[in-house]
Design a binder for this molecule. Sequence first.
Ligand SMILES: [Zn+2]
Ligand SMILES: [Zn+2]
Length: 407
Amino acid sequence: MELDTLRDEAQDLLGEMVRLRRALHSWPEVGNDLPITREHVLAALEGLPLDLTLHETTSGIAAVLDGGKPGPTVLLRGDMDALPMPEATGLEFASRVEGQMHACGHDTHTSMLVGAAKLLSARRSEIPGRVLFMFQPGEEGFAGARFMLDEGLLDMGPRPDGSASPVTGAFALHITSSMPSGWVGTRQGAIMASADRLAITVTGRGGHASEPHRALDPIPVACEIVQALQTMITRSIDVFDPAVVTVARITAGTTNNVIPEFAEIEGTVRAVSERTRAKVHDGIRRVAEGVAAAHGTDVTVDVIPGYPVTVNSDTFATFASGVASEIIGADRVLRLPNPVMGAEDFSYVLNEVPGTMMFLGGTPDGKDLATAAPNHSNRVLFDESAMVDGTAIYAAMALRHLGGVPG
Ligand SMILES: [Zn+2]
Ligand SMILES: [Zn+2]
């Protein structure tokens, strides 16, 4: 069993992968309940020798391919959800659902994972172990991966012959319009940030705007907190283990001559290590409570935890780059110098199983990657032919990890 035919085989599947991707693109669904998407995926998997588990808390699908020989399980993840935003691409297969769009390319991920299931099913008898295809909803803020894990995604029983087959590796691709089509990139360690929500309410005492001494104005206190948060970041966080705090909303007051009782601050907190993440959470609390106390106002500080840091296993990241090099050539495999400050709920999977997330370039033909509309843009476009490379890499990762191919 060799890897060198995988890309050609994926090329042969491109027509059907494009059809599936466009069908999903036309009917995007948001969140953890994706009934139409699930039907499309099930129809596309029909006839393959897969053991399907339809998750109940979400529209997740766990599809297991049992190879012909004993061995561990490798997990391949594809997310399936869209974003709550209108589409402005003008594509003939653009969204037909008002206010919903596949702007993060998850339609291509789903389609590639189906393609990989076909490539691997065709090699079933030679595979030593199992492949767990994780079709996941709710990546865009709904923690779909967390729900699938909680529902027992990784609780793989023994194989039919009684041999144990635990999940020993996990792999996910994410397409991006900001990398050349058909290139990939990953890195050791953190690849994406944690993302937490910050909500602070400063409570003073309302009054007449002409007599601030008889009121307790929360607005300057809120402003001081915003400034002090940035000072806290630059003065107490190691620049080589960075964090971002962005206050993205301040709301206070209703008119020019009234001092309001409340001022609200909302924002996001990002970090690329759990250590710094915890330190920033503590710092936010200390600064907000300290500034508020200095002025005699009350304050409530909520840091609502979102996705953890997505951390690649060092050895798995090196391994994944090597496998990708075999498929697309080493000159198209990038070692990313820095993590991306976006967040991913594949982080929950990587907290349980060593593995790697990898970016797949999908800048459309004729576009400059520096100026192409980025992921989450209402005008983002992806080069569908990148799905050939992605599908072959998914399949190759499973085969190499399970040891079914001589290295
Ligand atoms: Zn996204
Ligand atoms: Zn995404």
